[in-house]
Design a protein around this ligand. Structure first.
Ligand code: NAD
Length: 476
């Protein structure tokens, strides 16, 4: 494959030393390979973005909006191809791959609207002091490095690319080595829309390529989504150069079920929150807190629902959950099954890798998990749910907040006043009440505590790529 990097408006072959295998997780076999970008190619991409910035930031926001609408439109035109690639390379069932594509389309359309409104945001600022006037001007941050993971590649990249381009930034995007093909569609669309060369650059590669980008002194900002361990390296490189960084990191989120819930409805929310994308979600609600009065009714139904899920190749009909996306992730989840056995956890469902080709594991439920268990405290990134019982609302809030992460939470409760009260008390970036994993482009995305710094989506996602300038004039 010789079209795996898009630099300065040209498709180029990777000149790095790493060969990247692109796998089909349902078979556990590679179906493509490409060479990573070299450090010199990362440098060329940053230079191209720097050169393009001078013109791009002056392009009127209506024209930038038109390009973004073009992205939305062409994603829609390539629907089948992009869904098929996500099913094959990510192992996503069709309905999940469709939702990802629709999310990416909605993101480009939304930031096209926001780009159109940009001129109205530059306004006069009323001053109390006489003799002066001032105006605000929102300017692009500049050249931005975007580093993303593999679990929702089209979506995560859209959440960064669309607002960055809307703000007038130029970018270098580094997709994950696990899913290096899908985001190339963004380069192909840029090409076909005639987006000026260098505005969007894509370099594929592993850690070396990511490090070359995050350490590059030609960037004005870094936006990273991924693990806490790599996030901390990215933050270190940002700190060495005193430049801003947005971090979207891991989670170990709670789903809190109160006694007054319909147990069957609650089971649906719990199952979706841990098995969607085979649990490979930063926002997976992997800690179930269930109130004592409903626990004995709910847990057997949850066990049955998890055992009934159809786990299989996403290309087959009627699949509820696909494989884990990479062998490394499969081995990691299997190591947590081993830890659970060593810790003597009570397993109500699953608890094992499936004995078949591909990287499959069974949807898993452990109950009465001790608070100090590694399975209760660490992000597993697979369909592994841990449950604990609680007595009071205060106890539920305290246990939910007792985590180094703070990404999301779900509250299942018929008493809406209580649900709102609990939502306000949870130390996270997003709470769902009686719903699950519903992310709208108008609302914010991001976490508190160890789940990151900054917000994506909504107007906050655009602000992340803007710098505020004031011009103050003396009237005297
Ligand atoms: P990862 O941190 O291993 O990799 C993320 C990206 O960083 C990849 O592109 C990778 O190549 C690159 N990278 C690796 N080493 C690097 C280095 N030294 N310098 C710079 N870049 C480097 O994460 P992953 O396994 O791809 O993704 C899973 C993680 O992402 C989970 O922890 C998950 O919670 C998190 N995540 C968070 C969000 C969110 O919105 N908060 C969304 C999706 C995923």
């Amino acid at each position: 494959m010789n079209t795996s990097h898009y630099i300065g408006g040209r498709w180029v072959e990777g000149q790095g030393s790493d060969c990247i295998n692109v796998n089909e997780p349902a078979l556990g076999l590679p179906f493509a390979e490409l060479m990573a970008a070299s450090v010199a190619q990362v440098d060329q991409a940053v230079s191209a973005a720097r050169q393009a910035l001078t013109t791009w930031k002056r392009v009127c926001s209506q024209a930038r909006a038109a390009y973004l609408r073009g992205f939305a439109e062409q994603l829609g035109q390539r629907r089948e191809e992009l869904i098929a690639l996500q099913m094959r390379n990510n192992g996503k069932p069709r309905h999940e791959a469709e939702i990802d594509l629709d999310d990416a389309i909605a993101t480009f359309a939304y930031y096209a609207d926001l780009a159109e409104q940009l001129p109205s945001k530059n306004r006069e600022v009323p001053l109390a002091a006489p003799g002066f006037t001032a105006r605000t001007r929102l300017e692009p941050v500049g050249v931005v490095g975007l580093i993303v993971p593999w679990n929702f590649p089209l979506v995560t990249s859209a959440w960064k690319l669309a607002p960055a381009l809307a703000a007038g930034c130029t970018v270098v995007l580094k997709p994950s080595e696990v899913t290096p093909l899908i985001e190339l569609a963004y380069g192909q669309i840029a090409d076909s829309l005639g987006l000026p060369a260098g505005v969007l650059n894509i370099v594929n590669g592993k850690a070396e390529t990511g490090a070359a980008l995050s350490n590059h002194n030609g960037l004005d900002k870094l936006s990273f989504t991924g693990s806490n361990s790599v996030g901390s390296l990215v933050m270190r490189s940002a700190s060495a150069q005193c430049r801003p960084v947005t971090l979207e990191l891991g989670g170990k989120s709670a789903i809190v079920v109160f006694d007054d819930c319909d147990p069957d409805q609650a089971v649906q929310w719990i199952v979706a929150g841990i098995t969607w994308n085979a649990g490979q979600m930063c926002s997976a609600t992997s800690r179930l807190l269930v109130q004592e009065g409903i626990a004995d009714t709910l847990l057997p139904r949850l066990q049955a629902a998890l055992q009934k899920l159809r786990v299989g190749n996403p290309l087959a009909e009627d699949v509820d959950m696909g494989p884990l996306t990479s062998q490394a992730q499969w081995l990691k989840v299997a190591s947590y099954f081993a830890t659970a056995r060593e810790e003597g956890l009570h397993c109500l469902a699953g608890g094992q890798a499936l004995d078949r080709e591909g990287w499959f594991v069974s949807p898993t439920l452990y109950t009465d998990v001790p608070k100090d268990s590694r399975l209760w405290t660490e992000e597993i990134f697979g369909p592994v749910l841990c449950a604990r019982r609680f007595a009071t609302e205060e106890q539920a809030i305290a246990e939910a907040n007792d985590s180094r992460f703070g990404l999301v939470a779900t509250v299942c409760c018929a008493d809406l006043a209580r649900a709102e009260r609990v939502a306000d008390a949870l130390e996270v970036g997003h709470v769902w009440i009686n719903s699950i994993q519903a992310v709208f482009v108008e609302t914010s995305w991001g976490g508190t505590k160890g789940s990151g710094i900054g917000r994506e989506l909504g107007p906050w996602g655009l602000s992340a790529y803007q710098s505020v300038k004031h011009v103050t004039r003396c009237l005297g």
